[in-house]
Design a protein around this ligand. Structure first.
Ligand code: ADE
Length: 239
C-alpha cells in the first residue's frame, strides 16, 4: 500500500491555561512536519476564554478547605461543550498524576483515533464532576507531580504524532523504536567506524542484512535484560 492510501488526519485539541507554552513545542521537528504534511492538526483552546467573570479567572478554593485552587466545573463544562458542538471526540483525555501510566501500548491505541481532546490540569486539579461527566481517559506521564498538565499533553501528542502513518519516513520508522516490540532498541552507530580506536561492532559493517538483523535482535534482548528487565518478564510469551 502506498503511504498516500493510508493517510489519515488526526486532530488534537488541547484545553490549557497557557497556550503559548505549548505553541512553540508544536512548531518544531516531527510535530511541525506532521502538521505541514496535513496529517495532524493541533489547536490550543484557552480556558480563560470561558471564564464567568471579567478577570478571566477559572479557579476557586476547594470545598472543605485545604491548600491549592481547583479549576471550576462551569468554565470547563462551557469550554468542553462548545468544542463538542463542533467536533465529535473519540477520547477526552485528562492529564493527571493519578491517571493511567502512559506506555507504548496506550500510545498505539490512541494513535488509531481521529479526534482527541486533551484537558490540562492545573493547581490542585479540576472539579471532580468534570472527570465524572466528560473525561473518558486519564493519563499520567510518570509518578511525579508536575506544576501543570501542559508538559504531559506535549509528551502524549509527540508520541502519538510519530505513529501517524506518513509522518515518519522509512529511515525513522516507528516500528524499530524502543518498546514497540516490548524490548528497548539496539545500540546504534554512525560514521566514522573507528574513532580514537573506539570501534563499531564489526557485524554492522558486513553488509549482510540477516546477520545485522540477528545482531540487533540479540543486542535488544541483552540491553533490555540489563536496563529494563521488567519488560522481559512482561513479554515472556511474545519472545
Ligand atoms: N499533571 C501533574 N503531574 C502530572 C503527571 N505526572 N502526569 C500527567 N499530568 C500531570
Amino acid at each position: 500500500m502506498q503511504p498516500d492510501e493510508i493517510k489519515k488526519k488526526m486532530k488534537i485539541d488541547i484545553i490549557t491555561l497557557f497556550p503559548e507554552m505549548l505553541e512553540s513545542f508544536f512548531s518544531y521537528s516531527i510535530l511541525k512536519r506532521a502538521q505541514n504534511k496535513g496529517l495532524l492538526s493541533v489547536n490550543m483552546i484557552n480556558l480563560r476564554d470561558y471564564s464567568q467573570n471579567k478577570y478571566g479567572s477559572v479557579d476557586d478554593y476547594a470545598f472543605g478547605g485545604g491548600a491549592g485552587m481547583v479549576l471550576q466545573v462551569e468554565p470547563l463544562t462551557n469550554c468542553i461543550e462548545d468544542l463538542q458542538s463542533r467536533t465529535e471526540y473519540d477520547e477526552i483525555i485528562y492529564t493527571a498524576p493519578d491517571g493511567e501510566l502512559l506506555n507504548q501500548k496506550i500510545a498505539n491505541n490512541l494513535s488509531l483515533k481521529e479526534n482527541l481532546l486533551i484537558l490540562c490540569g492545573h493547581y490542585k486539579g479540576i472539579d471532580e464532576r468534570v472527570r465524572e461527566h466528560f473525561v473518558t481517559q486519564e493519563i499520567s506521564i510518570g509518578n511525579y507531580v508536575l506544576s501543570g498538565g501542559e508538559l504531559a499533553a506535549a509528551v502524549i501528542s509527540d508520541c502519538l504524532a510519530r505513529l501517524i502513518p506518513g509522518v515518519l519516513n522509512d529511515e525513522q520508522s516507528a516500528l524499530s523504536d524502543s518498546f514497540q516490540d516490548g524490548l528497548v532498541a539496539p545500540a546504534v552507530y554512525s560514521r566514522p567506524a573507528d574513532f580514537r580506536g573506539w570501534k563499531v561492532p564489526e557485524v554492522l559493517l558486513c553488509g549482510d542484512p540477516k546477520k545485522i538483523e540477528s545482531w540487533q535482535y540479540e543486542n535488544s534482548i541483552e540491553r533490555t535484560r540489563q536496563r529494563r528487565p521488567e519488560l522481559l518478564s512482561e513479554n515472556e510469551l511474545m519472545h
